[in-house]
Write a protein that binds this ligand. Structure first.
Ligand code: PMV
Length: 289
């Protein structure tokens, strides 16, 4: 008997790192994601086939699967280690598939609990934004409080987003630690990022791409100020703007990963990125469940 589940990846549209300190961030589930398939077999639980290669994977599987008797296949349409939520998508898909395998209902609270356990193997103390948006789909304004995570669905028109892959994997835990080491100096920049997000929501909702593009450039500048951008990511932001994007920013923890560009004419940005040797693609929002 085989049990499979899909979960989408995500992009952080605004407010990464600020969200670690209780500020809101805006994340959107994307059309790409992870499919986890579980099949009963003899012997220890193990990966049978995986399009991702991560030494923490075996440990992550055992947080929600028994030690014996399950063969796991993972298919991915997401670049991994690029801030596109590959570990969160894996965590949610694995949580869902493991419940189905046990003959249990897809109870959201239980999927959330299992997914968070898996995410912690990869990210230590994640804010939870990645797996929450992967679970729920759509776009979410998400923030943490002492009594737990809070979020609200945000209804966005289709955004003309081009993702440019820097080809470099970023290390989320390292980047989060780097920002922590800069406190309290970085505090003002992170608070400003949160204000920027809330100030930009009306423009996002009505599709004012010039205003949103400017806000993304400002968000990128604040991420530079807290030390998580790199010369390569800055170069990709400039490349996108020179090719006609209204704005661009790194998305996710930084140090590598992807840049997102707001490009009403995406072909020009994709063309320039590919000419410079980078993989680039359009991605839409994965609908809310
Ligand atoms: O997983 P990434 O690279 O998208 O980073 C998540 C965003 C951070 O705000 C940097 C960390 C977190 O846990 O929210």
């Amino acid at each position: 008997m085989m049990h499979s589940a899909f979960a989408p990846g995500k992009l952080i549209l605004m407010g990464e790192h600020a969200v670690v300190y209780g500020h809101p961030a805006l994340a959107m589930a994307v059309e790409r994601g992870m499919t986890v398939s579980l099949k009963d077999r003899k012997g220890p639980t193990a990966l049978v086939n995986a399009q991702i290669n991560d030494p923490r994977l075996a440990q992550a599987l055992l947080t929600v699967l028994p030690e014996e008797g399950v063969g796991v296949t993972i298919n991915s349409t997401l670049p991994t280690g690029r801030g596109m939520g590959s570990s969160a998508a894996l965590a949610v898909a694995l949580g869902r598939a493991s419940l189905a395998r046990e003959g249990l209902e897809a109870d959201p609270a239980e999927i959330n609990r299992r997914a968070f356990k898996v995410e912690r193997v990869f990210h230590g103390t994640p804010s939870g934004i990645d797996h929450t948006v992967s679970m729920l789909g759509g776009a979410l304004r998400y923030w943490r409080t002492e009594s737990g995570p809070q979020f609200e669905a945000v209804d966005l028109p289709p955004l003309p987003i081009v993702v440019i892959d820097s080809g470099i994997a970023g290390n989320t835990a390292e980047m989060v630690a780097q920002v922590a080491a800069k406190q309290p100096a970085a505090h003002r920049d992170l608070a400003e990022m949160a204000n920027l997000l809330d100030g930009t929501l009306p423009a996002l909702k009505k599709g004012d791409w010039v205003a949103v593009g400017h806000a993304w450039l400002e968000n990128h500048r604040l991420l530079q100020a807290v030390g998580v951008s790199t010369p390569l990511l800055d170069r990709l932001v400039r490349l996108a703007v020179d090719a006609g994007a209204t704005g661009a920013k790194l998305a996710g923890a930084g140090g590598g990963g992807v840049v997102i560009a707001l490009a009403p004419e995406p072909e020009a940005v994709i063309g320039q990125a590919e000419a410079a040797g980078f993989n680039a693609f359009v991605t839409g929002c994965y609908p809310s469940r």
